[in-house]
Ligand binder design. Sequence first.
Ligand SMILES: [Zn+2]
Length: 305
Amino acid sequence: MASFNDALRGYAFHTIRADNFRCRYCGLDGTKRFEDWLSLSEEHLLPDGHPNRNNRDYIVCACRFCNGAANQYFKCAHERGLSLDGKTPEELIAQRLPFILATTSEYKAFWELRVKDHAVNATVPTGIDLAKLQQSFVLNVAKSTNHEQAANNAILAALQRSGTYASGNVDGAKFRKALASELNTRHDFYAQAISDAEHCATISQIADSLSMDFKGILKAGRLRIGIVQKALNLYLKTAWSLDPSRPDPPHCPIDRIVLQMAGIDGKWTELDSIETYQVWIERLRQRAADSGYPSLSVWELHLWS
Ligand SMILES: [Zn+2]
């Protein structure tokens, strides 16, 4: 990929001007914002060693992302039997475009999960004493002094009126013990910041593993995603409140009030789709951000104070 140092020497500038200062793949327009122009580069449509590699007709304008997006493109094009010979520049661009778009959509998914609205230095809105809210939550709601206790109490709260058991006469002690152990073994894992994807994977794993082991006593043989998220998120909220040096939990416990606050029409106790859970989380996160909160967990902690 040619850098703009070359452009300043006059060569790439002409290539890029010939394409009207626009990326030939995504259309990024370098004439409106300086930052966009900085991102423009020369893109070779043909690989090293090809006789037309340095033919000016086969060098076009592309933004840095599109230029780098299909880095393995020439190698893959060969492996996939795509031909590069005897094609016009337009045909070569059209042939390459789907590979660039595929990379872009992977990046987009990553951005949605791990970057969007994840500013780490956001501050708590003025007037909120986070430490005080955490202390009060531990004392009055969670009533826990350590994380083992936090797990037991979070589980009781998640199971209350949730219709988790197959019938009213089920003895759930073993099941609750197994769920508590699932939570407690993850105490250290959550001592660092965890991505949405990792957290959702954890919720799914717990739901699937306990459903398998306790099918007989569970309603419809399933420990639903909605119940697991409530137990795990409440557990993490308590662990964080007990030890504020831990990172903010990735999400907050979702219950009726929280859903209502974001105008979401759904029952957390019946939820059993991790995709729907993620959609809810995005809407809740938006709700929290709109009100100026740095994270979902701070928003929810304040909501319940
Ligand atoms: Zn581009």
